[in-house]
Design a protein around this ligand. Sequence first.
Ligand SMILES: [Zn+2]
Length: 89
Amino acid sequence: MSASCTRTANGQAAMIPCAYCHGLFVPKAPGQRFCLPKHRAAYAREIGIVGATVSVRRLRTRISVTLHTTDEAVLAAPLGAKFRLVREP
Ligand SMILES: [Zn+2]
């Protein structure tokens, strides 16, 4: 999202809905999706990481799935963190 998307015609900052609580807030940075850091963490914990698979391959005893996402919350997850993969319609 560019800065121009978060400005109204008269130059005032536009309010957008928080992706977690749906409450309106004014983003402080381009691409900000959550009104509070704890809502970003809650979204990552309860909703998960949304992305697209770009690679799936069979290993000896497991299957490797590579996901591309723009959700930076995944950067805070430790290696070995477990995710549930849910296919969207
Ligand atoms: Zn929120």
